[in-house]
Ligand binder design. Structure first.
Ligand SMILES: N[C@@H](CCC(=O)N[C@@H](CS)C(=O)NCC(=O)O)C(=O)O
Length: 205
């Protein structure tokens, strides 16, 4: 199986974390999002022009969380994606939530504080910073409350719920994400960082 990715992509990292924990080897294909030729090739396999994309023979799959779930479904005996309907629904809930709410709030701050300057698009916009901070504080409080008395987002073992959320923290410092005030969240983040698989997938940047 091939994974089209870029080491700076938090969405691609979700998939790499999952694959490594499942012991599934992926052939990594580096996509340079600044290259027109790479962009054209990416568009051919994902009409959204976004990473990550998985190919498994003639099967092409995009959307990071769908890829994570597919990999788990290929792995017998895996524990990252429970089979029990309620436990699975709980994990699904946090995966959708991470994509729909948490990651976009992080994205506002990482764009304003990191990518905008790198792309020569000017200074951070104070209104956008305020919007990102407001949203992230709201959603950070939800994570903090969920982690009270729990080691991991969906209970006492690591699941796709954690792996969907964790890559949003890649840029906690550079993106100036205001999350230090949440003790349960920060303790979870320390547990994530201690995972060998987190260290194996870390970017040099
Ligand atoms: N919902 C998608 C989001 C994919 C996405 O936004 N990927 C980013 C990299 S982290 C990307 O390819 N951005 C390039 C662009 O938007 O032009 C997923 O979870 O896979």
């Amino acid at each position: 199986m091939r994974l089209y990715h870029n080491p700076l992509s938090s969405n691609a990292r979700r998939v790499q974390l999952t694959a490594q924990l499942l012991g599934i080897e992926l052939e990594l294909v580096h996509v340079d999002l600044a290259s027109d030729a790479d962009r054209r090739r990416l568009q051919e396999i994902n009409p959204n022009g976004k990473l990550p994309v998985l190919t498994d023979g003639d099967f092409v799959l995009w959307e990071s969380c769908a890829i994570m779930q597919y990999l788990c479904d290929l792995a017998p005996e895996q524990t990252l994606y429970p089979l029990d309907p309620r436990a699975r629904a709980d994990v699904n809930r946090w995966m959708f939530w991470a994509c729909q709410h948490f990651a976009p709030a992080v994205g506002v701050l990482t764009y304003e504080n990191i990518w905008k300057g790198m792309m020569g698009r000017g200074e951070a916009d104070p209104r956008e910073l305020a919007r990102g901070e407001r949203d992230l504080l709201q959603f950070g409080a939800v994570v903090d409350a969920q982690l009270a008395g729990r080691e991991w987002m969906a209970g006492q073992s690591l699941t796709l719920a954690d792996l969907a959320l964790a890559p949003s923290f890649m840029y906690i410092e550079r993106g100036r994400l205001p999350l230090e005030r949440f003790p349960n969240l920060m303790a979870w983040w320390a547990r994530i960082q201690a995972l060998p698989v987190w260290q194996n997938t870390s970017t040099v940047w």
